[in-house]
Design a protein around this ligand. Structure first.
Ligand code: ZN
Length: 278
């Protein structure tokens, strides 16, 4: 049996055993399948449209999707209706340019403001795992990109530096991306590393951030799929995701006016929260 990290047990208890809302701790939580009725219905329609007998691989994918659906119905939910409705979900995606004719669309699950902001800070800086259920609820608001599945897409989590990992002792983004992977049923791919030693992008101007981020990422191996779903916890200007996306585009194409014809990857980005970190 796979060993579970302590936070996974906490998540499981919050989701299946604790009937209370993980935010207000007053009202009974509502199953996410009910809060997200339209999305769930969409996914069920998708599953029904895929002929499960096409290949063994697809059949496997079909069955795991069904199990995943069943689990989501067994879940007692993480937030109550009131708390869920108090938070603005899915702000309009924003775009940053990654080459002259390629832009990167960044979809956030919500804004970086109360209560998500406090939860992210406590989780990242104090390793407060009790905030994870709320963050998981937020991650599940992100709509799985159309047409993406385990066989044609990978999630690329924003890599951290060895120095930062050593200092912090854990990597919050990889924990969050593992949850997104479980939710979307799309694997995380870790073939890119962060080679800069930028302690923080906080307090820098946009120009400073960009020059800092140039050459900050290095590919260790070629991505296994054409569709890359970048993921980070918080995005303010989109500069980090922009730099990460650029690492997948040949340097010549970044300068070329016809870059889209040189880029063989379809890249989109997702974040937990969009907003100012200050
Ligand atoms: Zn509540």
């Amino acid at each position: 049996m796979r060993r579970l990290a302590p936070y996974q047990t906490g998540l499981w208890l919050a989701e299946y055993m604790d009937m209370r809302c993980q935010l207000c701790r007053i009202y009974r939580s509502t199953p996410q399948s009910q809060l997200l009725h339209h999305q769930t219905q969409f996914r069920l329609d998708n599953i029904t449209n895929v002929p499960p007998t096409r290949t063994a691989l697809k059949q496997h994918s079909f069955l795991t999707d069904i199990i995943h659906q069943a689990n989501s119905y067994l879940s007692s939910g993480l937030l109550c209706d009131h708390c869920h409705n108090d938070i603005t979900w899915l702000p309009r995606p924003f775009e940053v340019d990654i080459a002259p004719s390629i832009s990167l669309s960044i979809q956030a699950s919500t804004y970086y403001e109360y209560p998500i902001r406090q939860a992210i800070r406590a989780f990242k800086h104090q390793e407060d795992m009790t905030k994870l259920p709320l963050l998981l609820h937020a991650i599940r608001q992100l709509p799985r990109p159309h047409g993406c599945h385990r066989n044609n897409s990978v999630i690329v989590a924003m890599p951290t530096t060895v120095q930062r990992l050593a200092k912090r002792g854990f990597d919050p983004v990889s924990i969050l991306s593992a949850q997104l992977s479980k939710h979307w049923q799309i694997p995380v791919w870790q073939g890119i590393e962060r080679i800069d030693d930028t302690v923080s992008q906080q307090g820098l101007s946009r120009a400073e951030r960009l020059s800092n981020l140039d050459n900050a990422f290095a590919l260790i191996e070629k991505p296994p799929t054409k569709r890359l779903l970048l993921f980070d916890d918080v995005s303010t200007t989109g500069a980090s995701l922009q730099a990460l996306a650029r690492a997948f585009i040949p340097p010549a194409a970044v300068k070329s006016a016809t870059a889209s014809s040189h880029s063989s990857y379809q890249i989109s980005a997702y974040v937990l929260a969009h907003g100012s970190k200050s």
